[in-house]
Design a protein. Structure first.
Length: 323
């Protein structure tokens, strides 16, 4: 009798579970358009981001065109050891890290300061004008930007040297000075991107409750006190997330700009990992694909380690983190 009484309960349970599955499928069918839209970026990630990762194995092989990726002999960590033990390792790491952290320190706080300044401008027309003037450089092509820099900083007929000579000074080789390369690279990047990078902070500032500012004004708070006690805490979580992401990309410097500004005179400071990989993998008389891939993979692993470390520190110090 116990078995007979249990049968209807089991059947009833199966029906309930089946009904719940059917209900979920019915709900999903209602939003099938969203799944179709999601399919395009999913396919993009799978085809152009994840599938090419299979080719990263050439960093562990002695790659040759005849054998291909899967037919080339296995080499293990030989190419990684070769790079670490090479005389270029210390120079490349130093140039890349110095340039990366210099750019991070210079470019991270300025968009925040610009957003805070624009937020307190009383003239709407002046604020729009400043926004347009600071956003516009972001849309200039990188090749055009470097071309302008070369023309303005040229030693013979550049605008800057013409002004220096007009006031009795000596012409300077800015582009050929290794010590000037980092400053030119970083501050031209800051000039090009500071306005565009401030958009997210401006959007965050507009989401802060206006009643907080109204109460602060009633209490007699100054603008600096309102910035310190209301605005900065409001944008701090966003700033922390962006800082973590920027630190994770600290070794991913723009190859194009460094390569275009590079010349034999400033090579001591302008040779970074990306330009070295390009020269070894494509420009060498005998292209060393496996060696170049190993260097690129080494850079990616270091970037992942930095991202994980900074995220862990941020999670301990504050409540903001990526995961």
């Amino acid at each position: 009798m116990a078995e007979l009484t249990q049968v209807p309960e089991t059947i009833s349970g199966r029906r309930t579970r089946g009904e719940s599955i059917a209900l979920r499928w019915k709900e999903r069918k209602k939003g099938w358009q969203l799944y179709v839209l999601m399919l395009l970026p999913f396919l993009y990630l799978m085809i152009f981001r994840y599938y090419p990762m299979l080719g990263a194995q050439i960093a562990f092989r002695d790659y040759n065109l005849i054998g291909g990726v899967w037919g080339s002999p296995w080499a293990g960590l030989k190419h990684f050891a070769r790079f670490i033990n090479s005389y270029m390792f210390s120079r490349l790491m130093a140039n890349t890290l110095i340039l990366s952290f210099y750019q991070l320190i210079a470019s991270f706080p300025l968009p925040i300061l610009l957003a805070l300044s624009l937020n307190y401008l009383s003239s709407r027309r002046y604020r729009k004008t400043v926004q347009m003037a600071t956003y516009a450089p972001h849309f200039i092509s990188l090749v055009v930007l470097v071309g302008l820099m070369i023309q303005i900083l040229a030693m013979r007929n550049g605008l800057i040297n013409n002004v220096i000579e007009l006031f009795g000074g000596q012409r300077q080789s800015f582009l050929g000075n290794p010590d000037a390369f980092r400053h030119l690279y970083v501050w031209s990047t800051v000039w090009q991107n500071v306005g565009y990078s401030s958009i997210i902070y401006i959007a965050t500032l507009t989401s802060i409750d206006p009643e907080l500012h109204e109460a602060a004004i009633v209490d007699g708070a100054t603008i600096l006190q309102r910035i310190r006690n209301i605005d900065i805490p409001g944008i701090l979580p966003t700033a922390v997330i962006l800082l973590i992401l920027s630190t994770g990309r600290v070794l991913e410097l723009g190859f194009e700009k460094a390569y275009l500004l590079q010349n034999p005179l400033n090579l001591r400071t302008s040779e970074i990992i990306q330009t070295y990989v390009y020269k070894q993998g494509l420009l060498a008389p005998i292209p060393q694909f496996s060696y170049a891939a190993a260097i690129g993979l080494f850079r990616a692993v270091i970037g992942l380690a930095l991202l994980t470390t900074v995220n862990a520190v941020s999670r301990r110090v504050s409540e903001s983190s990526l995961w």
